[in-house]
Write a protein that binds this ligand. Structure first.
Ligand code: OAD
Length: 242
């Protein structure tokens, strides 16, 4: 059997850790994740936002600034190169990320952000499309489209909300010959369930992570280590060289 040519890659915060962005639940070296420092119900739910909108804006303003200051790492570049190589040869790599940073696209990849994008904002009260946030967001801001004050929020999917691109994800998964999960703990659904969906469809599955994830048992193969090392090593079999 030849090498897979229609690959579905799911990434999580572990792929951006070496760029300097905190993960949500930490890693094997005892490093604390974001959700052990702050209460995710306050900062990642619509209820938390309605209780303290300016506090939640502040949390995302700080993180947005941090995203602007960091750079993609070799794992982001390897995936971008692999995507373009596969597309040139008639295959494909669908890249779906749970990350709200823009490091995949800055490395040159096309990516679906299932949990939204921190560099964008939306209005809770009008249907304007997501817009680039210049600087920070505050409750005193007005919406350029509907004129209301205090209705803007980060374009980030919070707990209890529907992730983006689920139809496109389902179509891409059904066409894949390999499912690869990179840098995610497998703790948050629906993304955590993609491996089981892939298995049910007879697609090979592989995990690349610092340590075995919550659903490590579900993967056919795995390589454990830092994404900046294991992802380029894996992509090298298609001739990717950084
Ligand atoms: P987690 O913080 O839950 O998991 C990060 C994973 O990355 C862990 O399994 C770590 O072992 C691994 N990891 C850490 N450093 C790594 C490195 N250098 N190389 C490779 N792997 C490394 O983050 P996610 O799984 O992305 O959702 O979290 C999923 C969702 O939970 C997020 O999108 C976010 C969060 O709540 C929302 O905000 C809706």
């Amino acid at each position: 059997m030849g090498k897979p040519s229609r690959i579905f890659v799911l990434t999580g915060s572990g792929i951006s850790a070496e760029s300097g962005i905190s993960t949500y639940r930490g890693g094997a070296d005892g490093e604390e994740g974001l959700w052990s420092e702050v209460d995710f119900q306050k900062y990642a739910s619509p209820e938390g936002f309605s209780e303290d909108p300016e506090g939640v804006h502040h949390f995302y303003n700080v993180r947005r600034k941090q995203v602007r200051e960091v750079q993609p790492n070799s794992a982001h570049y390897a995936l971008a190169q692999l995507q373009s190589k596969l597309r040139e040869s008639g295959g494909d790599l669908t890249l779906v990320t749970q990350n709200v940073d823009d490091l995949h696209e800055r490395a040159g990849a096309e990516v679906l952000h299932m949990h939204g994008e921190i560099l964008k904002g939306i209005c809770d009260m009008c249907p304007r499309p997501a817009f680039e946030v210049q600087g920070d967001l505050h409750i005193s801001d007005g919406c350029d489209a509907c004129g209301r004050i205090g209705t803007l929020r980060p374009d980030v999917v919070w707990f209890g909300e529907m992730p983006y691109h689920m139809e496109a994800i389902d179509v891409a998964l059904s066409k894949a010959d390999l499912f690869v999960s990179i840098g995610t703990s497998g703790a948050v659904y629906p993304a955590a369930g993609f491996v089981q969906e892939a298995k049910m469809r007879g697609i090979k599955t592989m995990e690349l992570n610092l340590e075995p994830s919550d659903n490590a048992y579900a993967f056919d193969t795995a390589d454990y280590g830092k994404a900046g090392e294991v992802v380029p090593r894996w992509a090298a079999q298609w001739g990717v060289s950084l």
